[in-house]
Ligand binder design. Sequence first.
Ligand SMILES: *Cc1c(COP(=O)(O)O)cnc(C)c1O
Length: 228
Amino acid sequence: MLVAENLTKIQSTIQTACDKSKRDQNEVTIIGVTKYVTIERTEEAIQATIENLGENRLEGFQEKYNHFKDRVKWHFIGTLQSRKVKDVIDKVDFIHSLDRKSLAKEIDKRSARPIDCFIQVNVSGEQSKHGIALDDVESFTSSLRSYSNIRVVGLMTMAPHTDDDEVIRQTFQSLREKRDQIRNKNEPHAPCSFLSMGMSNDYGIAIEEGATHIRIGSKLVGSKTSEV
Ligand SMILES: *Cc1c(COP(=O)(O)O)cnc(C)c1O
């Protein structure tokens, strides 16, 4: 399938979810996750009007960034090792995976400007997942106030692997409630207005529950093994 055809379907799902939840579809940014695909396929996505790209590994990020530079906004969505911060920090527009103090410290030290960060939250408490536990997000956010190069623009999560839509919905609702709590504190370093949640299999639910940034890979550009 052409990326443009996939995008048309995705936009119609977004519209349905926005209608259901009485939201404006302009509130939802699609991040095209290109980690599975080539430069050529990524170019096709950009031609199809995708303006935001996400990569989860340093190597993939560098390859795509070096090619497309400032034609798009760049989202680093994967686990970021502290020693690799220096390699991405001048290039990223958003980091979605801030999940520990030592990483915040390194970002703060290496950057020459404030970086828009999402705090990654492990809502479900699964041991295998990265992220700050839901109960610790507020205090973690507050503890970042001394880092002048960290701006907490929102929260990010990944739903658990399950076919149970209610479990997925609960996860997204919990993240939204936490976002609201933090946003209402009006801390200058943490406007926390965004919610990065929803991937190929659950972005409709995520939008109904308030997602502002959906991260879509396989349903948009396909994956290496099967182009959707
Ligand atoms: C790969 C990835 C995605 C996109 O996954 P799809 O299910 O292919 O849409 C989204 N977010 C993160 C953090 C990822 O690593």
